[in-house]
Design a protein. Structure first.
Length: 275
């Protein structure tokens, strides 16, 4: 004979109290009798307990589990991977649609995931724009539109330019491979210089490049900044943050205009091969 658990006994008492008018609402019965709200709601609406069914046999059949697996895959496609709670609710919805009196728990979800080889991952935050860029169909569509417009306007490859801004710190030592006769950790002096440098670089579709714009943090340029072997056409700039701003963006556009006209006249290629 199936064993009636203490929880099922409390649920039965809560249902009786609700029907006799002793407890006005499901929420109050849920708190007073210390029973799960959704399970109480299901029992009140006619679903039987697992004990009355004669045991803990499989809740979903093969086809129903396949439907649940498709639901999980669909959540991933939509960019909203399912949490354990959503899988549990989806499974119970499948059971309800099949007129079953079963209700699955979080423990059942764990067993289902193991049985169906559903892997658990920790999500990593990613901006919506960057995440959207990961869709392969959107990438293909973008380049198809670009090629169509490229052919329509008869744009020459040397007139297609791409530029990017990259920031990096200087004076920060990285770990190195060294050899010693001891097992103790080896430390090297780090100047702890956290100065930020921003570089704006540009290249066209046939591999030609112009001299970059180097942005340093500060308000005054120092002589040490120019004690180097960089090309004299490199544009140096200063900003308090070390990043670009509206003023420096305009200066970069002027630099781009001058450099590309110079490149056009001299057919220079690369950074150090100009006149």
């Amino acid at each position: 004979m199936p064993k009636v658990t203490p929880e099922e006994t409390r649920i039965a008492r809560a249902i009786e109290a609700i029907r006799n008018g002793e407890v006005p609402t499901l929420v109050k019965a849920h708190h007073e009798y210390h029973v799960p709200y959704f399970k109480l709601h299901a029992r009140l609406n006619g679903r039987k307990s697992l004990a009355s069914n004669g045991g803990f046999n499989k809740a979903l059949d093969k086809d129903q589990e396949a439907v649940l697996c498709r639901y999980i895959d669909r959540c991933v496609e939509l960019g909203r991977p399912a949490k354990k709670r959503l899988i549990q609710m989806a499974a119970n919805s499948i059971l309800q649609a099949a007129n079953s009196d079963r209700i699955v728990s979080k423990a059942w979800v764990a067993r289902f995931n193991k049985r169906q080889h559903v892997n658990k991952h920790r999500t990593r935050p990613l901006s919506a724009q960057r995440k959207a860029a990961h869709k392969i169909d959107d990438i293909h569509r973008h380049f198809a539109d670009f090629e169509s417009r490229f052919a329509e306007l008869e744009v020459k490859p040397e007139n297609i330019w791409n530029f990017d801004e990259s920031g990096f710190r200087i004076g920060c030592l990285a770990g190195q491979i060294v050899f010693t006769h001891t097992d103790k950790p080896v430390y090297i002096a780090d100047p702890e210089n956290r100065e930020l440098i921003t570089s704006i670089e540009c290249i066209n579709a046939i591999g030609q490049a112009i001299q970059p714009m180097i942005i340093m943090s500060g308000v005054v340029m120092k002589e040490k900044h120019f004690d180097n072997d960089l090309d004299e056409r490199v544009l140096f700039a200063m900003s308090e943050s070390g990043y670009t701003n509206d003023v420096l963006t305009f200066e970069w556009l002027k630099h781009f205009e001058n450099q590309t006209w110079l490149l056009l006249r001299t057919h220079s290629t690369g950074y150090g091969n100009g006149p």
